[in-house]
Design a protein around this ligand. Structure first.
Ligand code: T3D
Length: 267
């Protein structure tokens, strides 16, 4: 890593249609400062603007994925009037979760180590989550008198059910990667040394697929969380109509009929 890279709190590389964003404060387990939020916001704006990018891969540098908010980034002295955390959530964490969710492409998360507090819920907000076997997920908020944010109170019960979500949020217990997989919290736990290779293969595969169709799948699955069946059936009709107008749909059908591999352009 070059000297300038060690100073950046966010690293962004783009290759083969995949933007890789690395949280880069390894000595603080990639916990978020205000500056890191700013850099991540800029990086994600760049990803969104770059038409060559068809998949985002999010990971962390060093032994942790992300330990949530950097608890030393602001003064919280006993007896003092606390900071307005609502401002922090409104300015930084909520827009981040909305950006990951609204990005019109698959977002893969490679959880390379512990994911705690907002770090856990940022990972769980991604579309496909792989985790190193040694990684873990901790809803650490309750240990400092806070509540799960970054969508945690919405995402967690939907992924693991209310009983587990409630206990995890109130106890702050560590969920090892294999347990997270068994509970359906994440897609897959993989051997530590294979994590980045496997995540890279997955991200590069997704970047060759019908991106517009995948973006519609993402929106439809998210919408299902709040829609009733009738509303969802109408949404599927509308999205399928839109997908059917894409050149990737025409290419997919042509490739099937001609018994060849499709060449999707993401349009
Ligand atoms: O505040 C707002 O803006 C509202 C939003 C809040 C969102 C949140 O995320 S609140 C929750 C914040 N996060 C936490 O409470 C987690 C705190 N960290 C931990 O509980 C532990 O570090 C872990 C369980 C994640 C990992 O434990 P371990 O034993 O593997 O590592 P460690 O030794 O605790 O941490 C390594 C270093 O990173 C250590 O520094 P040192 O002693 O080597 O100089 C530690 O202080 C530092 N570190 C870890 N997490 C944070 C942190 N420094 C600042 N903030 C952190 N969140």
């Amino acid at each position: 890593m070059s000297a300038s890279e060690t100073e950046k709190t966010i690293l962004l590389t783009i290759a083969d249609g995949v933007a890789t964003v690395t949280l880069n404060r390894p000595d603080r387990l990639n916990s978020f400062t205000a500056a890191m939020h700013d850099e991540l916001r800029q990086a994600l704006a760049e990803v969104r603007e770059d038409r060559s990018v068809r998949c985002l891969l999010l990971t962390g540098a060093g032994r942790g994925f992300c330990a949530g908010q950097d608890l030393s980034d602001r003064a919280v002295a006993p007896g003092s009037k606390g900071p307005d955390l609502g401002v922090s959530i409104e300015t930084n964490y909520n827009p981040l979760i909305r950006t990951l969710r609204d990005l019109p492409m698959p977002v893969v998360c490679a959880v390379n180590g512990v994911a705690a507090g907002a770090g856990a819920n940022i990972a769980l907000a991604c579309d496909i989550v792989l985790a190193a076997r040694s990684a873990s997920f901790i809803q650490a908020f309750c240990k400092i008198g806070l509540i799960p944010d970054s969508g945690g109170t919405w995402t967690l019960p939907r992924l693991v059910g209310q009983a587990r979500a409630m206990a995890l949020a109130m106890l702050g217990d560590k969920v090892p990667a294999e347990q997270a997989e068994a509970w359906g919290m994440i897609w897959k736990a993989v051997d530590d040394e294979r994590l980045m290779e496997e995540a890279g293969v997955l991200a590069r595969h997704l970047a060759t697929q019908p991106t517009h169709g995948l973006a519609l799948i993402k929106r439809a699955i998210h919408a299902s969380s709040t829609n009733d069946l009738d509303t969802q059936l109408d949404l599927e009709r509308d999205f399928q109509r839109e997908a059917g107008q894409s050149s990737d749909y025409r290419e997919g059908v042509a490739a099937f009929i001609e018994k060849r591999a499709p060449n999707f352009e993401g349009r």
